[in-house]
Design a protein around this ligand. Structure first.
Ligand SMILES: Cc1cc2nc3c(=O)[nH]c(=O)nc-3n(C[C@H](O)[C@H](O)[C@H](O)COP(=O)(O)OP(=O)(O)OC[C@H]3O[C@@H](n4cnc5c(N)ncnc54)[C@H](O)[C@@H]3O)c2cc1C
Length: 439
């Protein structure tokens, strides 16, 4: 744990939301501590690390009905495993909720330059899916990616993970600007005194430490932040949320002999019907695990000829987080129906690609959010009813979603950082006061 006892701001969680707001605040001169329950181990690409960070029951993996909900516990949060898709914040959807992210999205776009990969950087699987979709009249549009294309050209398509932006880059920027980071440190509760947030209680190994801060920003993700809000007395957090369930439909294409390649490079946008269809390439061991779980162990050795279409649905707001942080949100009928329609179209694409042995794996969800919605638990400045306590992650998304949320969450983080630095009742005034107190 960092030794200083008092900060201008403690940011809980280092995913896209936490990393972006921490960077903004640190660059603005605030004394920031980022507390992250996961480790800073460098990504190895090995199965063991992925199991440790993404598949630990009741920590990063939650089973509800037939849906496995995942959220990574590591420095950088789920961005360490994300597919790098830079889906533009849907400004028309956000505007009615008082959220104008255009300036922040513009700045991030200028900085990171997300762009679709050109055809020569599509792997063979992505090309097959794109061409097959086109051949049956579906409009397959390339998706912008937070990916360093020069690096992909230099190191090959298998270097996709290393070529992708992750929130660790913004954490490093925050540290360069003076922020501190405590990893392997789990925030247990928000400290509230006289009705105002005054810091957090952190567990690190067997130690419990109280960290004082003028501002507390919860960025512990769609499942983590609502649980911490409840410790601050905000009982309504963690209800009626989305998780964007996903279903993978896979087949084998004769003559295909492909290795790992970038996933999710293009999409058929059927959000008007509640879903997206995209290409998907998983690491071999994960492909194998899902193939066995789908009851098709006979296809385990077909990795190199496999082609997958992912169906990502916009589920209805429903469910709740349990008192112990479990997810109680089984798929309901209308969501199953949307996934079934998407799966039927995915099968059509695979049929057009000449795939055989087509099968589908179980439901997975990697976008939990809407657990502390704008207009419900936080206001448009992401402020809760407890003075000094803010939320900045996928929790605050105000509507049923269905889109990759990372770009939106980053824009929210930049906007909140700017707001806190500029608001007369937030950071600057308090910083002057706390500088006197702590020297
Ligand atoms: C396999 C996969 C692929 C994806 N692909 C895409 C994609 O292509 N594009 C896209 O936009 N999105 C994608 N996503 C989703 C995206 O990664 C998440 O939506 C995004 O990371 C959410 O950011 P966040 O800041 O809300 O929270 P998170 O990334 O969930 O970060 C929360 C952090 O808080 C930490 N934390 C939680 N509780 C505590 C606590 N009590 N104390 C301390 N720390 C805590 C967690 O360990 C975590 O590091 C993908 C996700 C996965 C898993």
């Amino acid at each position: 744990m960092a030794e200083r006892a008092s900060y201008d701001c403690v940011v809980v969680g280092s995913g896209p939301g936490g990393a972006t707001v921490a960077r903004e605040l640190a660059r603005g001169g605030a004394r920031v501590l980022v507390v992250e329950r996961g480790s800073a181990d460098p990504p190895s690409g090995r199965a063991g690390q992925m199991l440790r960070e993404l598949f630990v029951p009741r920590r990063s993996a939650h089973l509800t009905g037939s849906v496995l909900v995942l959220g990574a516990a590591t420095l950088g949060g789920s961005s360490m495993y994300f597919f790098g898709t830079a889906w533009e914040p849907p400004h028309d959807v956000l505007a009615p909720h008082g959220l104008d992210l255009r300036a922040d999205a513009d700045a991030l776009r200028t900085e990171l330059g997300p762009a679709p990969l050109p055809r020569e950087l599509l792997g063979p699987r992505a090309r097959i899916v794109a061409d097959a979709a086109g051949s049956i009249g579906l409009e397959w549009a390339a998706l912008p990616k937070f990916v360093d294309q020069d690096r992909l050209r230099r190191d090959g398509l298998g270097a996709y993970r290393a070529a992708r932006w992750t929130a660790r880059e913004f954490v490093a920027d925050a540290v360069a600007a003076g922020a501190r980071v405590a990893t392997g440190a789990t925030v247990r509760r928000v400290l509230v005194s006289g009705g105002t947030a005054t810091g957090v209680e952190v567990a690190a190994g067997s130690r419990r430490v109280q960290v004082r801060a003028d501002l507390v920003v919860l960025a512990a993700g769609g499942l983590g932040s609502p649980m911490l809000l409840r410790t601050a007395g905000i009982a309504e957090a963690g209800r009626d949320f989305f998780y964007d369930p996903v279903l993978a439909v896979t087949g084998s294409v004769a003559g295909l002999d492909a290795g790992p390649e970038p996933p999710m490079l293009g999409a058929v946008d059927r959000l008007c019907d509640g879903y997206l269809l995209t290409d998907l390439c998983r690491p071999r061991w994960l492909h194998n695990a899902f193939t066995v779980a789908a009851g098709r162990p006979d296809r385990v050795f077909a990795y190199r000829s496999s082609v997958t279409v992912m169906v990502k649905a916009r589920d209805l707001l429903s469910g709740r987080l349990t008192a112990r942080g479990g997810v109680a949100k089984p798929l309901i009928g209308p969501d199953r129906a949307v996934l079934a329609r998407g799966a039927a179209q995915a099968r059509e694409i695979l049929r057009a690609a000449g795939a055989r042995a087509v099968h589908q794996a179980g439901y997975v969800a990697v976008h939990p959010g809407g657990t502390a919605k704008v207009g419900d638990v936080v206001d448009t400045d992401l402020r809760t009813s407890v003075p000094g306590l803010y939320v900045c992650d996928a929790s605050v998304i105000p509507v049923a979603w269905g889109m990759p949320p990372t770009f939106t969450v980053m824009a929210l983080g930049r906007r909140l950082g700017r707001h806190l630095l500029g608001a007369a009742d937030a950071l600057p005034a308090k910083r002057a006061g706390s500088a006197d107190r702590t020297g």
